[in-house]
Design a protein around this ligand. Structure first.
Ligand code: PRT
Ligand code: ZN
Length: 289
């Protein structure tokens, strides 16, 4: 495939990242006309097209400049050691690459796995981890259902992705070590690209930032007496100074502000104690700081 004048983004065709990637692209204003059973989809409102492929191929397509951008897990990019620029963590597809052993094995340390068979879909990362520890791993490369290999006596341990830990538990495995923490990332080719494409990418980055900020923030509104304003303002870890509005009762005011979602429950009690009433929290669609 030839490098294109259109900004080309590689995304996973069908898998865990697909819906979230498409949501992200739509949230930053890109419109597409259907995704079903298509390999290349042109945007209806920007000079952008999506290439839908297996996630394993994304880093290399981006490295080679076949695609300008890609959305893929850090685990895949690191495994392939593709030469790309990571533009941004995207805060979805969180998981970890971990070494796990059968609970019944009694193994409690990675050091006990020297010269043992390790089944994994991540041979490069696993090998490198053991090598750095001065241990020898006998890698058994498996492309799926890694978790059943110890039971089949194909391997003594596994190195696989974990998110909830449910799969390990169901298969009688316990986690020993995490060798990589991963999430989805926006990656860019290191091959030269046009000024037009760079401009478009910068525009999308600003929008992604706004999107992530909005997702992690909440708009809060409360009422209070005028005399409580000073104390309430001290409590609110506001991104901007709060909006203060008069109410029908001349002694009362309404206070509106934006706070990081992680702080909400922490400040809620304090606000109540400081005299705030009718505290309302609303999601934010998007915001630009
Ligand atoms: O067909 P294609 O090659 O494109 O897809 P794929 O089957 O290789 O990948 P897919 O769709 O399963 O995952 C895509 C990406 O999602 C991965 O590369 C990770 O970056 C990310 N991700 C996040 C995960 C998980 N969480 C995850 N839990 N990928 C796989 N898993 C699997 C894991 O391999 C294990 O089988 O889920 C199981 C463990 O999950 P828990 O919740 O039981 O711990
Ligand atoms: Zn894959």
């Amino acid at each position: 495939m030839e490098p294109s004048k259109t900004l080309r983004i590689a995304i996973q065709k069908s898998g865990r990242l697909t819906d979230k990637t498409i949501n992200l692209l739509e949230n930053i204003g890109l419109k597409f006309d259907g995704y079903k059973n298509r390999l290349l989809i042109k945007s209806m409102n920007f000079d952008v097209e999506l290439l839908l492929i297996r996630d394993d191929d994304i880093p290399e397509y981006v490295q080679d400049g076949i695609c300008d951008l890609g959305v893929v897990g850090a685990n895949v990019t690191k495994e392939t050691s593709a030469e790309v620029t990571v533009l941004r963590d995207l805060d979805f597809g969180h998981c970890r690459l971990s070494i796990a052993v059968p609970k019944s094995s009694g193994i409690t340390s990675v050091n006990q796995l020297d010269k043992k068979r390790i089944a994994t879909s991540y041979p490069a990362l696993t090998q490198e981890y053991f090598r750095k520890l001065g241990l020898e791993a006998k890698i058994v490369k498996i492309s799926g259902a890694v978790e059943i290999t110890p039971r089949l006596d194909v391997a003594d341990a596994i190195c696989d992705l974990v998110s909830t830990g449910g799969t390990l538990k169901t298969n009688g495995l316990v986690e020993l070590e995490t060798i990589l923490k991963s999430q989805s990332q926006l990656i860019q080719t290191k091959k030269p690209i046009s000024a037009e494409k760079t401009e478009l990418i910068n525009k999308f980055l600003v929008r992604i930032e706004g999107q992530q900020l909005a997702e992690n923030s909440r708009y809060i509104m409360m009422n209070a007496s005028k005399s409580a304003l000073e104390e309430i303002t001290k409590i609110i870890p506001s991104l901007n100074s709060p909006t203060v509005l008069p109410l029908a009762d001349a002694n009362m005011i309404a206070i509106h502000t934006v706070i990081p979602i992680a702080k909400f429950w922490e400040v809620m009690e304090e606000l109540k104690n400081a005299g705030a009433t009718g505290i309302v929290m609303l999601p934010i669609q998007n915001m630009i700081n």
